[in-house]
Structure formats: C-alpha cells, structure tokens
Design a protein around this ligand. Structure first.
Ligand code: F6P
Length: 743
C-alpha cells in the first residue's frame, strides 16, 4: 500500500500541474473561436441591415434610423450599432455605442487583427462593415457585440478541464494500484515458495500443477540452476586462489565455522631415532593437498597417531599444535591397537578397497575380521569428531577410503554437520565394485555425506551407477544428487592439486646446483642426463612398467647407454602387506637385471632409492631432471606430475604421463602414454631427451598456467563454497514461511 501511495501521489500532482498549465491554452483557443464566430455573425447582421438602412438614409429620417437600430440591438448579444457616413461625421448610433468608437478611427478597427475593445462593460467585439460593398463612400456600419459570455464560457471550460485531469489521475492511479497489488502479491507468494525451498516444481500450487504449466516450470527451474552455477563459476574464476582467499571464504561465507579434517595418515609423524625424536612428513598426496589448506584455515585435523614417538609429543587431550616450527592448527591423534591397525588399515583398506578401486590386476582380499575392525575404527573416529566439535554444526572434511562408514556415523551423532567426503582414489564400475561383500554398507555410509567428491567426472559417474545398481535410492542424473532416506548427497568433481606458488624454500636452489648435487650424490659424471620417478613403492604406480620402458629405450636407441640414468625414489609403504613386499622384491630385481644388462663399465641406467625423502629433497630431484616419468596403472589424480610442473620455474623439462591418471585429463601438454605399451613409452622417453628447449618451454608454460590457476586452494575453496551454499539453503528451509506465526 505504501508503495502504491508513493507512486499515486506524485502522479496526481503531475496531472494537476498539467491541468494548470493547460488552462491558459484553453483560454486562448476559445477566445479565437468565439472571435471568429462574432465576425461571421456581424457579417450576417450587416447583410440583413444594408438594404433597409440604405432606404432609410435615402428617406433622411434620423429618428426612424435610431428606432431601427434600437430594435435590432435588442438581440441579447448585440450591444450597440452605429453608422458613419464619413470619418468627419458624428456616428448615428444607439446610446450604448462606447465613446472609444468614433467615425475618425473606424479604419483602425476595420483592419485590426484582434478587434476586441476592453471597456467598463467587459470585452466587446467591434466589427466595421461597408454599407455598400460595390459603392465606395456609402459609409460604414459598426456592430458591437458583447463578449462577456466568452469569458464566462472560458471560465467554465477551465473548470471542466481541471476536473477532467483530476478524474483521469484518479482512474490511472486506481488501475496502477490494482496492478501493483496483484503483482506484489504474486511476487511475494513466489518468493515465499522459493524461500521455503518449494521452488517452482517441488510443491506446485494447484494451478501450476496443471500439465500445461509443467514444461514452463521445468524450463524455469533449469534456468535458475544454470544461472546459479554460472554465477558460482564466474565468481570462482574471478577469485585469485590463495590461502587468504580460503580464509576469506571461511570467515565470510562460512562465518568462521569450526573445520574438522579426518584422515588416516597424519601430516606430521614423530619418530624416535635413538635418543632423539625426528618429525617426518609422510609421502602422501592427501597430506600434500590438505596441509596448506589447514595452515590457511586453522581448525583440527584428526588422524591415526602412527609414529613411534607420537604419544610423547601430544598433550593430555592427545593434541599437538602443528606445523612444529609455527603452529597454526591442531593435530588430534587417535590411537589404534596393532589388531585394529592390521584389520582396518592393512586388511580392509589396503588389501580390500585399494586393489578393488585400482584396476591394477591385484586381487582384493576381503576378510570379515578386517571388516569388523574397519567398522570399529570408523566408530572410534566418529567419537573423536564429536569430541572435537565446538558447535552442533561443524564442517567436517572426511578423507578417503579408510572412512567410508564415517559420514553416516557422524550424520547420526551430529545431524546438522556439513559433511564433505573426498575419495582420493578412483571409483570402479559397478561390476568391479560388486566384488566387495559389504558394498551396500560402504555406499550407504558414504551417502551420509552432504557432498561427496571425486577427482574426475568419470569416477562420479561410476559411483552414481554403483548406487543405482545396489541401493534403493533416488538418483538424479541431472543435478547429480542421490537421495537416501530423505537425505540428499551431491556428487561432485573436484580435481585435487598442489599449493601454488610453491613454497619459495622448495625452489630456492638454482637448477644447475640441483643437477650438480644430484649427480654428485648418485656418483654420476658431469653432463650426465637424469630422468626421475617419485612414488610410494606401490604396485599401482607402474614402476615395473617404467623400468621396462627404460630398458626398451636402451634396446632401440643404444646411444643413450651410459649417458642417461633414471632415478627412482620409492618411499616404503604398507610394508606389512605381502603384495607390497613382493612388489619391492620384483622392482629391485628388475632394476638389477637392467643395470646388469646396460650398466657394465658405465653409469647405471637405473638408480633405485627405496627410502623416505623430505619435500625439499624431492624438489631438488625434480629440478635436476631432464624428464619426469609418471606411469601409474590407475591413479585418482597423481600430484607428483603437478609437483614436477611446479618445480620447473626454468620452464624446461618434459613430463611423461600415464593416460590412466586423473592428471592426464588436465595436462594434455605432457607426453601421454599407455604404460603397458613399452614401445610407446620408450619412444616418449626418446622424444623427451631430444625435445628442443623452445618446445619444452611452450609445453611447460601451458602446464604451469593450468596448475597455477587450478591450485589446491581452489580445490578446497570450491568445496567450501558449495558447503556454504548448502548451509544457506538449509537455513532457509528450516525457517517458517514469511507471514506464518508460530503458535
Ligand atoms: O593419495 C592416495 C593415498 O592413498 C592417500 O589416501 C594416502 O594418504 C596416501 O595415498 C599414502 O598412503 P598411506 O597413507 O597408506 O601410506
């Protein structure tokens, strides 16, 4: 109503002003019309009077003429009549003839454009007509009309015009108010429905339920979704992704909410070495990605305390501030018994799920005892999450295949938590996943998440197909959501990455110095060429295939014998598992055989270093190499590929990358190979060794551009932005619709 008044009042004022402005125009117009009427009337009267007057003048009777004039002047409008024979005469006229009209000035009135005389009687129209039009000198007839009726009429017209505009204003205002009220009501109803989350489709009104409205509503719904995601991606691409940007999202979008990360592997491991304690950084893609995020956002990271000196380092609540040199977040350690570690970590996670999800031709092993430990350890971590939660609705970031059951367990304990689960390894197709005896429990556990993330769309598709195959859940392939038991999980692609720009400490040593030191440390001569591979000693990484490619290169291109050494850093991993022990034995044997074949009397073609290396040393090797070879048989992303790109600020070096890594989808400028094809891989090695520096630069520049733009802050930021949107939506859904009162 206030809105209507705000519009209607000014409208009425404007129309009143128009009416006011129009009035003088109406005055002038009516005056012109009436003057013309008077002229015509005077002409008519003159025509009628001429003949009788000529006769009476001829008869010479002034009295008769006076009474003739008086008779005619009885006409209501005719005020006076006169006759002048010559300009020097006195007029022969009725008594009412105004004194201003004299015979001598008749010519002035005859030629006047506006022959109106203003007198004490009011406005008078003066018409001067020749008595005989054919004969000059017969005298002039003067007819004076009273124009007071014109003024009266003009006043009346002005009043009518004013009333007309006022009535017009009232009608326009009324129509405006009605239209405004109707559209306001419709808009408010629409907004209320949207705020209640009903959207245009979910709970249609009886009218919008009509089949003819359904396609329109569907299109609108889609349009809104497109606009939403377009805005999000536009905003996302406009952000410069840095630790500060992440902090801003946490404090702005998420109002500084409590962030809790859960992973099996801890970011800092305290190891006892004799009488001193050493802090180790594990070789883990997950830790590489999450550590910079936690530094930026603070919060709490809950992980398995696996180091020999971990218990000595924590406080009474099993917490320690990290990074040790400058603590910015809390590490909360969870202790596992050797049986739990065997069953949950070595058994179910790494002998069952790991080979199940990686198509690396190693049979998964599923034991019910391992499953029982897996369930128990997931519960243990759920309790730790509840203990660490400062609010009933924290943001919980669950990491990886060790915790497939955790999202549902947290959902039951903290129903309002926002749970983002990220699956760092591939998700297989439904046929492969069917092997797992507890497949339904695993999928249902993951569907406790608000958002479930994978590196690639391919893995998202596989997951949704698996749900469709094994659970009674609603799968929406358009919005990529799964609804189970009334709770929705969004399945999203978030390609993981690394911190950018890399820590300056990692790249502060000059390339030349890195080369010299690496050669010296490995007994290689000056000018010797180096290839590099850095992985955990895992059978999924294709280390055997890598060595076979080097062997094939030396067979096909013997000119490289003695000139090239491929250095493989293999961080020991999961050494309690038979398959890993066998793999290490096989890798060592293959390296020895190739060295025996091509390394006699010259530097060895392969140097295998099965030991842990700190990130700084890893970067030194990456900077020293001519090429980096990543030959995984199946890999969610593979961050070593991205680290090689980050390490090469000299824009040199060639990346050879397996087509079975998630990274291959993002870095097509690498030499993409099928690691099972030794000939193709050997050809790629030769190409890398002979690639001109300009081509190396062009490829490296493009890859550095991509990794810089899609860095790990963006990976985490996108998840947090999606979580923030989800929380906002949920808050609106909880609110009672506007206008309803809580009774
Ligand atoms: O990146 C995949 C991943 O399995 C991580 O989940 C894990 O932290 C890392 O590789 C190393 O494995 P682990 O923690 O078993 O040594």
């Amino acid at each position: 109503m206030r809105l209507s008044l705000r519009f209607v009042l000014p409208l009425m004022l404007v129309l009143a002003a128009i009416a006011w402005g129009v009035a003088p125009l109406v005055d002038q117009l009516t005056l012109r019309w009436f003057t013309r009427d008077m002229d015509i009337r005077a002409e008519l009267i003159a025509n009628a009077m001429r003949e009788p007057l000529i006769d009476q003048l001829a008869a010479g009777s002034k009295t008769k003429i006076a009474s003739y004039f008086s008779r005619i002047a009885r006409d209501e409008r005719l005020y006076a009549i006169g006759y002048c024979a010559t300009p020097d005469d006195q007029p022969l006229a009725t008594r009412s003839l105004p004194p201003q009209i004299r015979c001598e000035n008749l010519s002035q009135w005859q030629d006047a454009e506006n022959p109106v005389l203003e007198s004490s009687r009011g406005s008078l129209h003066v018409a001067v007509k020749p008595l005989n039009e054919e004969e000059e000198g017969a005298g002039w007839l003067v007819l004076i009309h009273d124009m007071s009726f014109v003024t009266r009429r003009s006043e009346e017209t002005k009043v009518y015009v004013f009333y007309f505009f006022m009535a017009l204003a009232a009608v326009v205002s009324l129509v405006t108010v009605i239209i405004a009220q109707l559209s306001w009501r419709g808009w408010v109803t629409g907004m209320r429905a949207l705020l209640r989350g009903e959207g245009l489709l979910r709970e249609p009104t009886p009218r919008s339920n009509a089949p003819e409205f359904q396609p329109i509503a569907r299109d609108l719904h889609r349009l809104i979704q497109d606009l939403e995601s377009e805005t999000r991606s536009r905003d996302e691409s406009q952000i410069t992704w840095t630790p500060d940007a992440l902090r801003a999202i946490l404090h702005g979008e998420l109002r500084g909410e409590n962030v809790i990360v859960i992973s099996n592997r801890e970011p800092y491991i305290h190891q006892r070495r004799g009488d001193h304690v050493e802090v180790q950084r594990p070789a883990s893609g997950l830790v590489t990605a999450l550590e910079p995020i936690m530094r930026a956002c603070s919060g709490t990271w809950i992980a398995h305390g696996s180091g020999s000196a971990d218990r000595e380092a924590v406080d009474g609540s099993d917490r320690i501030g990290v990074p040790p040199e400058h603590p910015t977040y809390q590490l909360r350690r969870v202790w596992l018994t050797p049986e739990e570690e065997n069953g949950y970590y070595y058994g179910f996670s790494n002998e069952g799920l790991w080979p199940l999800c990686h198509i690396a031709h190693v049979r998964p092993i599923f034991r019910s005892a391992d499953w029982a430990h897996y369930v128990a350890v997931n519960k243990k971590f759920a309790e730790a999450v509840v203990a660490e939660a400062r609010t009933p609705n924290p943001i919980v970031l669950v990491q990886d295949y060790h915790f497939a059951l955790l999202p549902r367990m947290i959902r039951e304990l903290l129903p309002d938590a926002t749970i983002i689960t990220f699956w760092h390894i591939p998700w297989p197709n439904p046929e492969s996943f069917a092997i797992c005896p507890w497949r339904e429990e695993i999928i249902s556990g993951l569907l406790g998440s608000s958002i479930l993330g994978f590196h690639t769309q391919f893995h998202c598709n596989n997951f949704v197909d698996t749900v469709d195959r094994f659970l009674e859940a609603r799968v929406d392939r358009e919005s990529f959501t799964v609804t189970l038991g009334g709770k929705q999980t969004a399945v999203r692609r978030y390609p993981i990455s690394i911190a950018w720009p890399p820590d300056p400490e990692m790249v502060d040593k000059a390339i030349g110095q890195c080369r010299a030191e690496v050669r010296a440390a490995n007994g290689l001569p000056a000018g010797h060429l180096i290839g590099i591979g850095i992985d955990r000693l895992d059978y999924t990484k294709g280390i055997m295939e890598r060595f076979r490619a080097v062997e094939r290169l030396l067979e096909l291109q013997p000119e490289w014998i003695g000139r090239l050494t491929f250095i493989q850093i293999g961080a020991p991993t999961r050494t309690g598992i038979d398959e890993y022990q066998n793999h290490e034995v096989q890798v060592r044997a293959l390296a020895a055989r190739i060295n025996d074949r091509f390394g006699r009397g010259v530097p060895p073609p392969i140097v295998l270093k099965v030991e842990h290396h700190e990130p700084r040393e890893v970067y030194e090797y990456l900077r020293a190499a001519e090429f980096c070879f990543v030959s995984s048989l199946h890999d969610g992303m593979n961050l070593v590929a991205k680290e090689f790109v980050a390490a090469r600020d000299d824009e040199r070096g060639v990346l050879i990358l397996s087509q079975f890594t998630g990274a291959a989808r993002e870095l097509p400028e690498a030499l993409i190979v099928n690691p099972y094809d030794a000939d193709q891989s050997a050809a790629a090695l030769h190409l890398a060794l002979t690639m001109p520096p300009t081509e190396q630069r062009d490829r490296m520049r493009l890859m550095r551009g991509l990794v810089g733009e899609f860095n790990v802050y963006r990976w985490a930021g996108r998840m947090l932005l999606d979580a923030a949107t989800m929380r906002r939506r949920n808050r609106l859904l909880e609110k009672p619709p506007v206008g309803t009162s809580a009774s």
